[in-house]
Design a protein around this ligand. Sequence first.
Ligand code: DON
Length: 350
Amino acid sequence: MTRNRTILSLGAYALALAVTTVTMPPAHAQATGDPQKAVDAAYAKFKSLKEGKNADYIPALAKVDPNLFGIALVTADGKVYTAGDIKTEVSIQSISKVFTMAQVIQEQGLDSIEKRIGVDATGARFNSIIAVEAVKTVVGTGAPEMNPLVNPGAISATSMVKGATADEVWKKIIGFHNDAAGRQLNVLQDVYKSESDTNQRNQAIGALMLAYGYIKANWQQAVDLYTRQCSIGVNAKDLATMAATLAFGGTNPVTHKQAMDPAKVPGVLAVMATAGLYDDSGKWLYHTGLPAKSGVGGGIIAVSPGKFGIAVVSPPLDDAGNSVRAQRAIADISNALGGNPYAAAKKAGS
Ligand code: DON
């Protein structure tokens, strides 16, 4: 028994070592505390990395310069640390799902999303129809097993934003994004048109969500507004500021505007941690501990609660649909700054 235990713990130790070698040491092991140094180091390290490929199922995304690479990090005092191209805008894509979910939670409470959509990982791709069928609890007949960061849940969340007209709903959605970013954002019309021309799959999902009661009426409007929110143009600095708004209890640390009730932010971060990087959410959380969200436009935001918000824009994606350079750069920077909320500092004197 003791021998077996020893073998088992040696095995676990070897596995831990292997994991550490291919990824990174625990976050608190090498904190330098210098954000600009960490951002510059990651930029230099990954500037020439060419892995991954632009998304091309939306034709406009295939045309974006794959060399675009920008990093931004925002701290509690509103200071913005940057490297690379932080001005060029890409479409926000799925990162918008976080802020529309947050808008619904702000407006209707944490229960609203949990009861109507669910907050569980689906284990399927972001636009899976099988996932809708697999968990097709008709609303009101049991707990839904979906989440607002996969398309069925996201389109449903968009449909939940209250407003008498599409225009009224849109003003709320874009308004929430603006508050988090600290400036007026605009829709990239070429992306909106390209995605509207090719979003038949999302239309099918919208119709199914109406059939199962997640969407109450007008699924076409929900899909259109969802497509519009995915086409909002953002740069790395906008995204980092949006992440920082979530890192600091819903208040934008640059403009000091409160976008969200602080009591509701942890629910948003929990869903990001569960499903922010789709099929790879578990791996990401295992190695960084950071609630995060990716978009097929090439952006990723990540949140170190109380410490910083960070974003990287780099369009080439891996097989799971997440920006390759963004994942690597954020993991390195967070590691250098002790960003992993699960990596508690050693007790003083121990
Ligand atoms: O629904 C879509 O296809 C896109 N507008 C958003 C997808 C997306 O960003 C998924 N992300 N990783």
